[in-house]
Design a protein around this ligand. Sequence first.
Ligand code: PNW
Length: 485
Amino acid sequence: MATSSPANSLPSDFEWGFATAAYQIEGAFDEGGRGKSIWDTFCHLEPTRTKGANGDIACDHYHRYEEDFDLLSKYGAKAYRFSISWTRIIPMGGRDDEINEEGVAFYNRLIDALLARGITPWVTLYHWDLPQALHDRYGGWLNVEQSQRDFERYAKVCYERFGDRVKNWITLNEPWIVSIFGYSTGGNAPGRSSINPQSTEGNSATEPWTVGKALIMSHARAVALYNKEFRAAQNGRIGISLNGDYYEPWDMEDERDHEAAERRMEFHIGWFANPVCLAQDYPKCMREQLGDRLPEFTETEFGLLREAEIDFYGMNYYTSQFARHRDGPASETDCLGNVEEFQENKHGLSVGEPSGVHWLRSTPNLFRKHLTRVYRKYGKPIYITENGCPCPGEDKMTVEEAVNDVYRIRYFEDHINAVALARNEDGSDITGYFAWSLMDNLEWSDGYGVRFGVTFTDYNTLERTPKQSALLLKGMFDKYMVPTN
Ligand code: PNW
């Protein structure tokens, strides 16, 4: 492991902590005046599409946040990233709908409880829980014009009510997952798809691209509003959290696989980063493949994108893959750039060590490449807003076994080391890191089996038990911290 030296260090003001999302931990689904979101509906569909799990109770964080924040203090966290549930603030969601003061009061208590412990709040406005009422009213994210106006008003209420104390805002979490899992494959709420046998409605050839545009314009309105009306007085920062793996060519010798890897990353990241970071059109390879199924931006919309300058790029990073080109034209429902994805390359070499969930292998070297590629392409300071894993076999472990999370400890060590290398060796500007997640929680369509937490959650008793990684993370960062001049 690396030791502290100026060449391999993090600044002493490097911000780090843990992340969560409202629907995954809060529970209290029918308390405090909360309205229903598309995830409430999705988790209660029959037959189940979430392994029988729902967020009705989840970790009961709504009632136990003081205890959870004591854990944050115990772990030495400087910052905490959480999301606000839109339907606690505006139960029906729309710009003319009523504000729920009880919901505002809940998040005020949360923010104040963090500040009282000296922990900096980082707030995500949207972590997938669209008000069901907006989905019913006009199709939710399928309606580009309506949804952006309702999101803008929701954002405004949050800045007004919380912006005196919240100085770090993330508009959207992972618009790629929202669009593709929600409207192409149908594995996430609202579960629309024309290629998923469990879905009864949807059009995978068109809907994800419409939804993507709605999310981009919603983000842009929320940021432009902050910049115009709140930034001067509140003096905060605002950005967006994008997911996306790094891709290596499946066959290093094949130029077409090199292109496939780059194209795959453009479909993952450039789709959102081009308009959001650069106020530019979607990547050329997307236009070429998708034709007029990819919505255009008008000049007015480009104007809005230019007004929506962000302060940072929030990166959610878990794993990387290999990409292989496909011969022939892309199918109408392809959303990956006409490539095949693999966890092994042509020679059977694994991209990294398997974790406790099929899609994630530990790939710290490619994390460094990813950080550097994103920094060079989009030029924004990077905050890692999510990084973490479940240990192999953890889903079947007792609490006594699970707290000994050796795989996760190594995963964190290796990924933090990659951050230091990307900063010091490659010159990438990376200023913060959030481990996913503070505690085991509802892993969306995977239910409660997949455990990403640094704290073990017993879903019968709701008792929390720190895993070893939770207690070691501070030491991992301290090792890199050198006084800045
Ligand atoms: C993120 N994939 O989602 C979300 O932001 C979290 O809410 C979630 O709990 C966490 O990662 C762990 O999964 C992802 O299949 C879900 O590549 C799936 C993927 C990536 C990110």
